[in-house]
Design a protein around this ligand. Structure first.
Ligand code: NDP
Length: 283
């Protein structure tokens, strides 16, 4: 039987609708309008596209947003200075530095400079640490969106075997933490994993965050598994995931498409975190 498709686009639309209503109520109560600053350094086309999508989404729900587009030649100190200004700007509740930054910049130092209370991406070590010890914190938007999708299909990870492929700080590691918090038994795989296919075949929940088009084959999937495809791979004019979707959908129980799966959820979670930042939910 073909898998049920987890429609991230539709779920994200519901989240945006609820946020728009929430913001309307906040403003009626005399509360400030949530504000997001997006910092983009250099001219990477993919980053440029993501920033435009985030700006459009902010506008749609009523979040104030401002962009800081900076040349790739910007110096570390200038960028740190901008972060300091945004940290003390009362109309800005969330700060997002679009990654990756050019190699000439020290990315971690920039992230460390963001006020943890405005770190809507959840990349600051304080938020990373809080996530690891199970305290409320800003959580990276992609894994947060994935957990929301798993909840939407009413799948309980407790006691299930979860396999996450990819150990980036942005997706893989926080994803593993979130699944662990929900009592899944988690295996975190990476490029040095010995027999990736065998690991995947045991997974009730399989999250692929690698960046290799259609790497995960149908016969790697345990029948009935929840398959979450994070990958965004441009191949010619097509956008492909990390999972060979057409074949995999006959093996999985649930599967996310690319595009229209994890991507829209990531943006919806960013909006949600910005509203939480404005309401000082975690700090
Ligand atoms: P990274 O490049 O930071 O990490 C990739 C991970 O995959 C690494 O841990 C790497 O292992 C692992 N890997 C690479 N090759 C293999 C292999 N052959 N077998 C097993 N593991 C392997 O990527 P990101 O986590 O940032 O992103 C992953 C994908 O998700 C990309 O396609 C990206 O575009 C997409 N993405 C999508 C988002 C969305 O909103 N939909 C948001 C963020 C990312 P090692 O650590 O050993 O090198």
């Amino acid at each position: 039987m073909a898998a049920q498709i987890i429609d991230g686009k539709a779920i994200a639309k519901e989240i945006r609708k609820a946020l728009a209503e929430k913001i309307k109520v906040l403003l009626e109560q005399g509360k400030p309008r949530p504000g997001l600053a997006v910092v983009l350094v250099g001219d990477d086309p993919a980053s440029n596209l993501y920033v435009n999508m985030k700006k459009k989404a902010c506008k749609e729900v009523g979040i104030y947003s401002e962009e800081h587009r900076l040349p790739g030649t910007i110096r570390q100190n200038e960028l740190l200075g901008l972060i300091d200004n945004l940290n003390s700007d009362a109309k800005i509740h969330g700060i997002l530095v679009q990654l990756p930054l050019p190699k000439s910049l020290d990315e971690q130092e920039i992230i460390n400079r963001i006020d943890p209370a405005k770190d809507v991406d959840g990349f600051h070590p304080i938020n990373v640490g809080k996530l690891c010890i199970g305290e409320k914190a800003f959580i990276p938007c992609t894994p947060a969106g994935i957990m929301h999708m798993i909840d939407t299909i009413e799948y309980n990870p407790s006691g299930k075997k979860a396999v996450v492929i990819g150990r980036s700080n942005i997706v893989g590691k926080p994803m593993a933490q979130l699944l662990l918090q929900r009592n899944a038994t988690v295996t975190l795989c990476h490029s040095k994993t010995k027999d990736l296919a065998a690991e995947c075949r045991q997974a009730d929940i399989l999250v692929a965050a690698v960046g290799k088009p259609e790497m995960v084959k149908a016969d790697w999937i345990k029948p009935g598994a929840v398959v979450i495809d994070v990958g965004i791979n441009k191949v010619g004019t097509k956008t492909l995931g990390d999972v060979a979707f057409e074949q995999a959908k006959n093996a999985a129980g649930w599967i996310t498409p690319v595009p229209g799966g994890v991507g829209p959820m990531t943006i919806a979670m960013l909006l949600n975190s910005t509203v939480n930042a404005c309401e000082s939910v975690f700090y």
